[in-house]
Design a protein around this ligand. Structure first.
Ligand SMILES: [Zn+2]
Length: 326
């Protein structure tokens, strides 16, 4: 995109996406142009694309995502890149990217230690930071991505803080998620490598790959325990203090942490399963388990936009993405 065009897009308050069917190769064309054309002054587009990939399985029945949904992983990604890994996010050594500035200011104001990753910050503070990053993202990110995809990827409304994804892109993202995530991480790493000193970019690809992974899943273990889970989801053996929290659909596909995708497993089953898909009969069981939990008021906030289709679709698409069965 030309500079003036970029500015125009970033100031848009409402974006209506172009109607009409797109064939898969036309979407690929948009993807190629997103990754390989245009000059980037910061890492935003890769950070936002990463956040979109991580939240695409959370859309509601109208394919909508709230800004809060998308800017949570976006903020987490940037906190970890900027504070935890000390990576500079713009192509200009004198001008800090505004999201980086928001994060640095917050980091200093509350004297949060550098070695803390995002998950260690207390919830109320996380929410406060997400609100600030969201304000910066409203100007710099939402409209720009809309323009980068030639107005085909989503509609958006800044005031309503809402994105309505093109259904064709939702399917496309789920279908090619693994490879899209990899190319996006690669492009993000290429940018970071260019504008950061050598010692900061060692192991950069794995840093970028794991930047949004949680350090601890204890929170989910506690909830499942309280919900009465005392045995391994896969073999039924009783769990004592040795429970492992397992992503039913592998984390490397789903890329986010939702209660509906967590089960408790013994060590042996957890390590056997690793990055693989559970057998079909287990799919029916996790759907039944979720069915019970979703009815309980106290868990409802963990099941936003959940329905059994989410499990079925993710399972089917993980197969399509090359994940093997146990
Ligand atoms: Zn087991």
């Amino acid at each position: 995109m030309e500079k003036e065009e970029k500015v125009r897009y970033s100031r848009l308050k409402i974006g209506e996406r172009k109607e009409g069917f797109l064939k898969e190769d036309q979407i690929w064309q948009h993807i190629h142009s997103f990754f390989y054309h245009g000059k980037n002054s910061s890492t935003y587009k890769f950070g936002f694309f990463k956040a979109l990939l991580e939240t695409v399985s959370d859309v509601n029945v109208h394919n909508e995502l709230t800004f809060d949904q998308v800017f949570r992983p976006f903020t987490k990604i940037y906190w970890n890149l900027v504070v935890h890994h000390k990576l500079w996010q713009s192509n200009n050594t004198n001008r800090m990217a505004s999201v980086q500035r928001v994060i640095e200011e917050f980091h200093q104001k509350y004297e949060i230690p550098d070695e803390w990753n995002f998950d260690r910050i207390e919830t109320a503070q996380q929410d406060q930071l997400i609100r600030k990053v969201k304000q910066a993202g409203k100007i710099n990110v939402i409209g720009a991505m809309f323009g980068d995809f030639d107005e085909s990827i989503y509609s958006f409304n800044i005031k309503e803080e809402k994105i309505t994804m093109n259904e064709l892109y939702v399917d496309f993202f789920l279908k090619f998620k693994r490879i899209l995530k990899d190319i996006n991480n690669y492009q993000l790493a290429m940018f970071l490598e260019k504008y950061n000193e050598a010692e900061k970019v060692s192991n950069l690809l794995s840093t970028v790959e794991l930047v949004s992974q949680r350090k601890s899943l204890k929170e989910f273990e506690n909830i499942l325990r309280q919900a009465g889970v005392h045995s391994c989801f896969y073999c039924g053996k009783e769990l004592k203090n040795n429970a492992h929290v397992d992503h039913f659909i592998p984390w490397s596909y789903i890329q986010n942490d939702r209660l509906w995708n967590f089960v408790l497993a013994c060590q042996s089953c957890n390590s056997k399963k690793s990055n693989k898909l559970a057998p079909q009969e287990a799919v029916d069981r996790i759907i039944a388990r979720n069915e019970l939990m979703v009815c309980e008021e106290k868990y409802s906030s963990y099941f936003t936009n959940y329905d059994e289709e989410k499990i079925l679709t993710s399972y089917r698409y993980s197969e399509a993405n090359g994940f093997k069965h146990l």
